[in-house]
Design a protein around this ligand. Sequence first.
Ligand code: MG
Length: 217
Amino acid sequence: MQVQVIENVLKLNDEVARMNRADLQNAGVYAIDLLGGPGCGKTTLVEKTCAALADSVDIAVIVGDLATQRDADRIARFCRQVVQVNTGKGCHLEAHQVRQALSRINLRDVDLLIIENVGNLVCPVGFDLGQNAKVGMFSTTEGADKPAKYPYLVLAAEILLLNKIDLLPHVPFDTPQFYADIRHLNPTVPVLECSAHTGTLEPWTRWLRQRLPAHVA
Ligand code: MG
């Protein structure tokens, strides 16, 4: 009986995600769901991505955290349309929360929607939000074993980022093991290195631009 309940929750989530996806597609918006552990640098990446693309791309951001609107306040310095979702005890965003947030965004003025999910390498993976791509983010300070320990993110991601590469000389991070574990799980997923803090974003922003609607790319 319990399994049935969980299945129904996921089915409902998928139905709302389909509605989100249709609305985004109709408005010509490309949407990413950014997933990574707490402290891997998601919010800094969002800030710097907004700043790097501001000249040619209209961006909206939905950011999920259990509590506070600190991330939204940070991102609002770089982006006009930001909605903070507080999930309370929820460890991930669900499609209906994104739907509610979308109702407060003028999608006609948006080319790119970035959804920064709750910091968590497990729970957000299984919930479709209506995004075009799930982006998985790791960082050198977390240790190289995270892809092997959290394989579902590696399997579900359209692209993976390794952030904080500027700290490689200072932290024990087994780079060959990191890549070997990813390749064992997912032989084809692109892995891009970046340092959001220092603004080294080039392969990432190029990847994004290639996916944006033709009129802005
Ligand atoms: Mg954050």
